[in-house]
Design a protein. Structure first.
Length: 277
């Protein structure tokens, strides 16, 4: 079930125009997710979690289709969250512009450091930019297990993927000549029974957890009960003063709740984001 979160300070655009856009965005995302779920978007779909971002911006008045030539020459590499630049390539297709890496599903590689201390796993990812201006970005995060544990964990780089792609889309929205009204769809398919690794040291303040944590436990174990499909509506992106606080924190709180937590236990204070492994 989708959860709706509205940015608190913004005013709606003209009501009729906004409602038409909401319907278009809802139908577009639903149809794309159906195509992905039945395996009609890329050659094969491996078992496991798949992270999917849909970014749908309301067209500006009198707007022409997205300039695919401009994006393909100057901006396409920004739409791949992880990977050295030479791994990303773009191809024109019937929908617009497809940007992908040379990593197939099921393949992964430790690549580059993104925070000066840790490396991340690059895996299968692609971004489709549609002529309508909608963006569909997909990332298959690695599945992890802790030593001596049987629990399957979704890698925290899944959430780093969403963070990077959302920030990039917000940066690019006016380059692509769109208005400031946006629908963001955040989906994680195939995530049932996966957990987020949450050490006790970072989860002690989550006092409203539904279960009692054993005294000898070193982590909190909660699993997603089904696919995750969230939506955030932003009526005026120009009113956003702090992306971390006003956009990412509410989204990540909702994601963590789908894993049985009260809120996200990662740090968004002072505009920072701590990816704790």
């Amino acid at each position: 079930m989708s959860k709706i979160s509205d940015s608190p300070k913004n005013k709606y655009p003209e009501r009729e125009e906004w409602l038409l856009f909401l319907k278009w965005a809802r139908d577009f995302r639903r149809n794309r997710l159906k195509e992905i779920e039945k395996g009609g978007v890329w050659d094969s779909r491996f078992p496991g979690a798949h992270c999917i971002l849909h970014w749908m911006a309301m067209p500006s008045e009198g707007q022409k289709p997205v300039d695919i030539e401009f994006v393909s020459k100057s901006a396409y590499k920004d739409f791949i969250a992880f990977g050295k630049k030479h791994h990303a390539k773009c191809y024109k297709n019937s929908d617009g512009l497809l940007i992908k890496t040379d990593f197939l599903e099921g393949s992964e590689e430790w690549l580059e450091r993104f925070d000066g201390e840790r490396q991340y796993l690059q895996g299968f990812q692609y971004t489709q930019i549609f002529r309508s201006g909608a963006v569909e970005a997909v990332y298959v995060p690695p599945t992890q297990r802790r030593k001596g544990k049987e629990t399957n964990y979704i890698s925290l780089y899944a959430f780093e993927f969403f963070r990077r792609q959302i920030k990039n889309c917000m940066k690019r929205i006016f380059d692509l000549r769109f208005s400031s009204a946006v629908i963001i769809g955040i989906s994680i398919l195939g995530v049932k029974d996966y957990s987020i690794y949450t050490p006790i040291i970072s989860a002690r303040y989550l006092v409203q957890l539904p279960q009692k944590i054993p005294d000898d436990a070193d982590e909190v174990l909660n699993s997603a009960e089904s696919d995750i499909k969230l939506v955030m509506r932003i009526e005026n992106i120009q009113d956003i003063e702090n992306i971390d606080e006003q956009i990412l924190q509410p989204i990540f709180d909702l994601l963590w709740r789908d894993f049985g937590f009260f809120e996200c236990d990662r740090n968004f204070q002072n505009g920072s984001w701590e990816l704790q492994q």
